[in-house]
Design a protein around this ligand. Sequence first.
Ligand code: ATP
Ligand code: MG
Length: 274
Amino acid sequence: MEQRRWTLNDFDIGKPLGKGKFGQVYLVREKSSNHIVALKVLFKSQLQHSEVVHQLRREVEIQSHLRHPNILRLYGYFYDQKRVYLILEYALKGELYKELQKCKYFSERRAATYLASLARALIYCHGKHVIHRDIKPENILIGAQGELKIADFGWSVHAFNRRRTMCGTLDYLPPEMVENVEHDASVDIWSLGVMCYEFLYGVPPFDAKEHSETYRKIVRVDLKFPPKPIVSSTAKDLIRQMLVKDSSQRLPLHKLLEHPWIVQNAEPSGVYRG
Ligand code: ATP
Ligand code: MG
């Protein structure tokens, strides 16, 4: 998929892959190369709010410059009178959050393999001064080999120019983001810690019926490990080192890769095959 001007005529449209807030995603084939990709179609009429347009711009600008096996490629975009189209790498195995729902929770091998691959992707992003800021199972897809693909860079920012308006779920946000003070790349370490917990227990750690209760739990780092499912103490140790209120004290991602739980459990190939 080389750099060029695209139009809808360049693609054969296949089955719908899913529906998002602002449009639909289709499996498509680029006619000249036979390349299979996903085409995200957004209606301009639904993109009226400036915050949404900003988000889309950020997503395109940031994601199109990232090249990593665990980050969903964005090959390009085009538009017509009514719609904006994003040409995305196709993630054959769909959404991580559905997989988690199906299994309820993951084995330690699987969780550690996933965590290591996400840490490597985030190390790459942070090296380019990109903070994702919205790491959660809903924003992660699974490729043909079972490898994870971080998608959805709508909330991501270049460090140094951080916006702070938030909406949606609080569950994955670190204290400094819910409290609205300055934050940096270590916000992604927190979210990764929340996800590690969710991989192993099936629910995020600060889950509560009320928004306000989740808020309170995050700010206090009210972290509890239920007796079931049984999780190793090395896994809990890693989670505790990531979910630290003082963002400067969170386990750096390169150290995460050397943590005994990762070393002992993560698949060396970086891919979980079941
Ligand atoms: P939001 O609008 O909040 O981002 P969303 O992430 O669910 O919501 P989309 O990113 O538009 O919305 O994607 C809709 C659905 O299409 C996804 O949930 C997923 O199931 C599917 N999908 C999206 N992109 C791909 C892709 N590259 N490969 C395979 N399936 C995809
Ligand atoms: Mg999305």
